[in-house]
Ligand binder design. Sequence first.
Ligand SMILES: [Fe+2]
Length: 426
Amino acid sequence: MGTNFIIDNKEEGKFLVNRQTFVDPQILEEEQDKIFSNCWIYVGHESEIKTNGDFHTRDVAGRPIIFTRDDEGKVHVLLNTCTHRGSLVCRGENGNCKTFLCSYHAWSFKNSGELIGVPLESGYPASFNKKDYGLHEVRNESYKGFVFCNYNNEAESLEEYLGEAKDYLDYVADQSAAGMEVIEGTQKYAIRANWKLLGENSIDGYHVSYNHKTYLDFMVDEGQDVSKGLFGEGRSLGNGHAVMEYEGPWGRPVAKWQDNWSEEAKVRIEKKRQELINRLGEEKAYKVMDASRNVWIFPNLIINDIMSLTIRTWNPISPDYMEVTAWALGPVDENEEERAHRLDSFLTFLGPGGFATPDDVESLETAQLGFKKTINEVKWSDISRGMHRDISPTTDEKQMRSFWRKYNELMTVDEKQNSEKEPKLV
Ligand SMILES: [Fe+2]
């Protein structure tokens, strides 16, 4: 008898998710162990630490880390805990520095993590070697500027882990021959809901017409045609990754003009389209220019490549609370008008106070309340939509099933190794 996190019945076309996975603190602990400590977790974009000495501190999979570039230009992901007695060695959110200094006993570390200064060092025996006390470096790898880390040194490489999802990072990285950059200014907000709900929500084409009616009405008022909805497809990319890809009813600053943008922008965008076709070929250029997509990279990274381009990641704090961070990404060589359109959309639709996020937050928070209060009576959520067909429109739930199947595989790994183990859920 296995742990029933999901019921995946292909014959009946039925896919259910156990609502305990949204409310049970013990399950969150297991997720931290089996998912967040074993998967490649997004840390940041290389453009955030352009100059040697640049750093950002952030929480990645529940650990405090320093994302930094050392004096030789090498990227590091260091645990922000002094190897002496544990205090933070870097208290700033970001900046540029050559050394990190622990405020407790003033041990100092180079921006590569190497221990270089120990006050009253003569108090240690001759066997004491500073080389043994560098800041702990977390295994990290980069794909096209996206830096991930993994707390499991035995795990597969990042490229193997990403698999088909690599193509979708390519569609982002290839938007400009000059490169892409995270634009300064970070969105941070919290949602009183389980962390998995935000992933589901971010690739959910079903809710858009209903939950985001205000935004669609706003677009109509602006003179845009929203009658086709999000015409496209939801797909699994393997390894738990998934995408919803479609033609959106909006312009894209990368190279898709929108009716109410200027005529100069139209001319400039036409030039960019030609450059993209020449550089990438018709098929790939179409993906980069015209297609919109929401990509969920397992377990907690979303790339919203839509009317703006955002990187969104989030950390579970408790079963019913998560902290979210989002950044806007754009070509380094785009002009002021395109950058303005991009940042406007980053706020207007996707921002924490925009037309979409408050609607989503409200839906997720009320879902969480529903799970908590009715868990004894209503035990399952239904994610079956479209199971009877091979090709799924964006309004199906195939994308989410991709996540849940991988989730179930990772969460039940012990049971496969030890069938004697007591099930935690029934
Ligand atoms: Fe939404």
